[in-house]
Design a protein around this ligand. Sequence first.
Ligand SMILES: [Fe+2]
Ligand SMILES: [Fe+2]
Length: 212
Amino acid sequence: MDNLICQEVVSAYRELDASGRLRLMGTFCAHGDCSVLRHSLGVAYVGLYRCDERHLACDRRSLLVAALLHDYYLYDWHEDDRSHRLHGFRHPGCALRNAREDFSLDDREIDAIAHHMFPLTPQPPRYVEGRVLCMADKYCAIYEMSYAQPYEELYRMVCEETCASVDEREAGMASTDTHAAPWRRRRGTLPGTRASVIAFLLRHTLSTERAI
Ligand SMILES: [Fe+2]
Ligand SMILES: [Fe+2]
């Protein structure tokens, strides 16, 4: 992974972590056995990487904030609960509500969080930050279903920078592992071929994976 981009992500996480509930995201599962926190860090990294690669004129801070908060819904969508129905359609709104409770967001950040699930949300992102986030989110979701412990280098940097003690860090990482699917614990990778095929196609069309 690119160390400078990792440092940018860690720095943004540290700032948001000071006044928000980002650590809670480490206890909820996103895709595969990847926590929402790890997923959000990955989306922030891939988003910045794509901006640099394509020389896109984007507000890096807005992209980082939106990426780290885009799934700030703070519940386990795998639980059988009425309020979690239609999670794919409804969680951007929930994440945005939580984020606005804890942080002051600008228009680009609000737009990117609210529309990151496009085309499930009918309106596409308006700004470049949101479009980059929308693509990075989808790429990361598929990447995470195919590989155990994604973005490990970045995740460890965040843990080392922000956790008060080794115990807390280990507890945080263990809490992620409690959501590991049984097959993931046994085999380390997703069985079947569908996710692998999709990941293979994306690897060649986006050419981002080499940076992770
Ligand atoms: Fe999301
Ligand atoms: Fe996401």
